[in-house]
Design a protein around this ligand. Structure first.
Ligand SMILES: [Zn+2]
Length: 352
């Protein structure tokens, strides 16, 4: 019954013209976040969430430009510093995790349409030093799904044992792998071993992340960068001092390496529930960390600027969405969440 009500509510919202919706949201700064844009599959990402193609991403940019004033990080900063409101219906675009496709695929389209963008980088992956363990997990899933039939029986037995699964069906094992704790990188290493994935060789061969030279190029273009932790843990699961090191460590490294006067920070996964007092303390102790960004859609927060995670909208489970639906689903998410006892589950395949 609840699902029916929800679907009807969503359908009703879809009938509302986006021009009206944008008018309703015009006092709110809206952020849109992405991870990777690609024409084809990316083995280390595609098994976590679906990817927009360059054509789809370009449609998003054209739509956003037609409905919003797309603003840069400098404009957001200036507005907060001077307490002057941003232009009505302001929005911004950002990318998380620092994948190479930010440079090779997104950058030319952002430049073509003159759209400012903030790239949030996990410093532990910069220059291809390490895998983000969720990307390593996607690589494992790719290996499992493309195994030769002759190797399958023995490998799934081994993997089922590692995962404690009574089923050896490959897709049951994939479900188990995806639902393993987001913070459990050691488990990913064990899964990789069972599947015969050589993470070091894969990292050297694929070079999945931006390099420092790539980041210099993005900065020269006028784009902005920000911290996204060192190793992409769920900060809410860490002790205060460990979380502090992930935030301050990554922002300090970016500040020093790229000579930046100030560095914003975007929470890995979600900042929801993170102690706001700690954020205020960080801002006071380390004033160069000047803004915090989250992933709670259109929700307002006194300290964190939230963004709509375009790949993780509820309806994305059935395929990626056109730009109008991205906006409408974000509004739907906001309104539905406000209803008591009706909080939607986030998709299990979070990789932000
Ligand atoms: Zn992320």
């Amino acid at each position: 019954m609840m699902r029916l009500a929800k679907n009807l509510a969503r359908l009703g919202l879809r009938a509302v013209p986006t021009t009206l919706m944008v008018r309703g949201l015009r006092e709110r700064l809206i952020g849109f976040s992405y991870h990777a844009i690609s024409e084809g599959q990316i083995p280390h990402v595609s098994h976590l969430f679906p990817l927009y193609t360059p054509q789809q991403f370009e449609q998003h940019l054209i739509f956003f430009k037609s409905r919003f004033n797309l603003v840069s990080l400098s404009q957001i900063r200036e507005s907060l510093r001077t307490d002057q409101a941003l232009p009505r219906s302001s929005a911004f675009v950002s990318f998380d995790d620092g994948l190479r496709e930010c440079l090779t695929v997104a950058r030319p389209l952002l430049l073509k349409h003159r759209v400012p963008c903030i790239f949030f980088l996990a410093t532990g992956f910069l220059d291809n030093q390490n895998w983000f363990h969720r990307h390593a997990l996607s690589l494992c899933i790719d290996k499992l799904r493309t195994l030769e039939r002759s190797d399958l029986a023995e490998t799934v037995e081994r993997l089922a044992q590692v995962l404690g699964s009574s089923s050896t069906h490959p897709e049951d094992l994939v479900d188990r792998m995806i639902s393993s704790s987001p913070g459990d990188s050691s488990k990913t290493m064990i899964i990789g071993e069972a599947l015969g994935v050589d993470f070091g060789s894969e990292l050297s061969a694929r070079r999945p992340y931006l390099t420092s030279a790539d980041v210099e190029l993005l900065l020269d273009d006028g784009f902005a960068i920000g911290g996204h932790s060192n190793h992409h843990p769920d900060l809410r699961s860490l002790a205060k001092e460990e979380a502090l090191e992930e935030i301050v460590g990554s922002c300090t490294e970016l500040r020093d390496r790229f000579q930046l006067p100030s560095v914003p920070f975007a929470f890995p996964y979600s900042g929801k529930g993170f102690n706001t007092r700690h954020l205020v303390e960080i801002g006071e102790r380390y004033p160069f960390i000047d803004l915090f960004f989250g992933s709670e859609g259109l929700e307002r927060d006194p300290v964190v600027i939230n963004r709509v995670s375009t790949e993780f909208l509820l309806s994305s489970r059935n395929g990626l969405q056109g730009p109008e639906h991205v906006l409408k689903d974000a509004v739907f998410h906001l309104l539905w969440r406000r209803r008591p006892r009706s909080r939607p589950q986030r998709p299990v395949t979070q990789g932000s």
